[in-house]
Design a protein around this ligand. Structure first.
Ligand code: NAP
Length: 183
């Protein structure tokens, strides 16, 4: 049950991994959580949508257009999407890195436009670190993923990082350790 000071969150993609861990930790501390999943069956007692077409930027645009106050929108990016800190050893991650670089540029545009139009919504990009999820179980990777951690550790730090930010930080890129990350 959500308490009087509970925050409200929407987690887009909460069936597994980092999204699922966000939902778990936020529910455990008494916040109100909505999630999207592709297939029903998530074990948490939450309201959920199962629109397979829904992806994070689509949801963000819908929320912003709805005219309801939105505090912070966080896009889960990756260090693989950084252009200036290019990770040239990440063979096989070309499309993934390019998609995260595109996500970063999309979010910067979103933040810039919102700021110019006087919005107080904060847009953040977040690299969650190297996290032991299904995504990380790539068998034929011939380079080492260093510093992997459990989703619990990453998400606890991500939540702290997100909650330390406000409108002046909109359009910035952070790691789970609350360090700014280069575009
Ligand atoms: N794990 C890492 O080390 C790491 C590092 C940097 C960034 N990230 C980012 O963190 C985010 C979460 O990754 P994860 O590690 O938690 O991965 P994961 O455990 O593999 O979970 C992936 C999630 O995305 C959903 N999903 C996948 N394709 C989808 C689609 N086409 N439409 C809707 N939902 C879809 C999955 O839903 P289903 O269960 O329905 O398939 C699942 O909920 C990703 O953006 C990833 O790039 C992860």
């Amino acid at each position: 049950m959500a308490g009087a000071n509970a925050k409200t969150w929407l987690i887009v993609g909460a069936s597994r991994g980092i999204g699922h861990e966000f939902a778990t930790q936020l529910l455990n501390r008494g916040d109100k959580v909505f999630v999207t999943v592709r297939k029903p069956g998530i074990e948490h007692d939450v309201a959920y949508w199962t629109d397979a077409k829904a992806e994070p930027s689509h949801f963000a645009q819908k929320l912003l257009k709805a005219g309801i106050p939105v505090g912070t929108i966080v896009f889960i990016s990756s260090d693989s999407g950084s252009v200036s800190a290019f990770r040239e050893h990440e063979d096989g991650f070309a499309a993934y890195g390019a998609s995260k670089a595109a996500l970063n540029v999309m979010a910067r545009h979103m933040a810039a436009e919102l700021k110019r139009k006087g919005s107080r919504t904060t847009i953040l990009m977040l690299h969650p670190g190297e996290v032991r999820t299904d995504m990380a179980k790539i068998e034929d990777l011939d380079w080492e993923v260093e510093g992997q951690m459990e989703p619990q550790e990453s998400v606890a730090a991500c939540i702290e990082t997100v909650e330390s930010k406000g409108p002046d930080d909109s359009g910035t890129f952070w790691t789970w350790r609350n360090e700014p990350y280069p575009w």
